[in-house]
Design a protein around this ligand. Structure first.
Ligand code: 5GP
Ligand code: 5GP
Length: 222
């Protein structure tokens, strides 16, 4: 439709840490956001993002009519592992408001051609990668635990993921805690580093939000 978008270079699977995000949003919402009744002891999905090697990315690439019926088999699992941790609904690129994951499809998923062409494939690809590469198990292999006061060297967290995953992640912090952890993949869905030399300065700017020692805080629902 309209302008041709340059094909992306790689995927980032962005995962978010409820313990960090919910410490600032926990008082705001009803059933489905942070204040859900089960504790979340795992990273949840933020999005599967097509990125360019230069550190930029395409977004909102084409208009699709989101058909909830097509993805109904995945709905329970999306609600569990891809919840919105914010209480505001997400504005989408084209079609008004919807669940967080629907926003991610419109903003990022529509730019994933030719690897991912439609929404069912987008969500199943993201979920497959999420379950195949279990970040909690990777962190446990380096003895990195959920705790409000244990601090880990940023370097150790990165190296632990690197050893287990086979490539370098990107970590984003908020107030000394891990807010987001990104795993990156080639277009064949094989692990690759998130950093490229050309994107380095941009990425380092982001990792600067991380102090040298970081935490993975607990999240207990109210
Ligand atoms: P923030 O400024 O909070 O890091 O990011 C705001 C939004 O920009 C994100 O929610 C995401 O949609 C987009 N974004 C930020 N960093 C990246 C990135 O490295 N790759 C892609 N594809 N999108 C990003
Ligand atoms: P992105 O820009 O990453 O594609 O999406 C971020 C948008 O989704 C923002 O407008 C934000 O308000 C909304 N949003 C809703 N729930 C969440 C959530 O759990 N995490 C993040 N990062 N953004 C969320």
């Amino acid at each position: 439709l309209g302008m041709e978008q340059r094909e992306f270079d790689y995927f980032a699977l962005a995962l978010q840490w409820p313990g960090t995000i919910c410490s600032s949003t926990r008082h705001c919402c009803a059933a489905n956001g942070c204040c859900r009744s089960e504790p979340l002891h795992t990273f949840t999905i933020h999005g599967l993002w097509p990125d360019y090697d230069d550190g930029t990315w395409p977004s909102c690439c084409r208009h699709t009519n989101f058909d909830m019926d097509k993805i109904s088999p995945l709905m329970p699992i999306l609600e569990k592992y891809w919840p919105s941790l914010y209480c505001s609904s997400s504005s989408t690129c084209f079609s008004g408001r919807g669940p967080f994951w629907a926003h991610e499809w419109e903003k990022h998923g529509t730019c994933s051609s030719p690897v991912v062409q439609e929404e069912l494939q987008y969500f199943s690809t993201a979920l497959d990668l999420y379950f195949k590469y279990n970040v909690m198990e990777m962190l446990a292999s380096g003895d990195i635990q959920i705790s409000d006061d244990k601090k880990y060297p940023l370097r150790d967290v990165i190296d632990t993921i690197k050893d287990a995953f086979g490539a370098s992640p990107q970590i984003i912090c908020k107030k000394g805690s891990i807010e987001e952890l990104r795993l990156c993949f080639t277009k064949d869905l094989e692990p690759r580093d998130c950093l490229t030399t050309s994107a380095m300065s941009k990425t380092l700017t982001k990792e600067k939000h991380c102090p040298r020692y970081i935490t993975l805080p607990t999240y207990d629902p109210i």
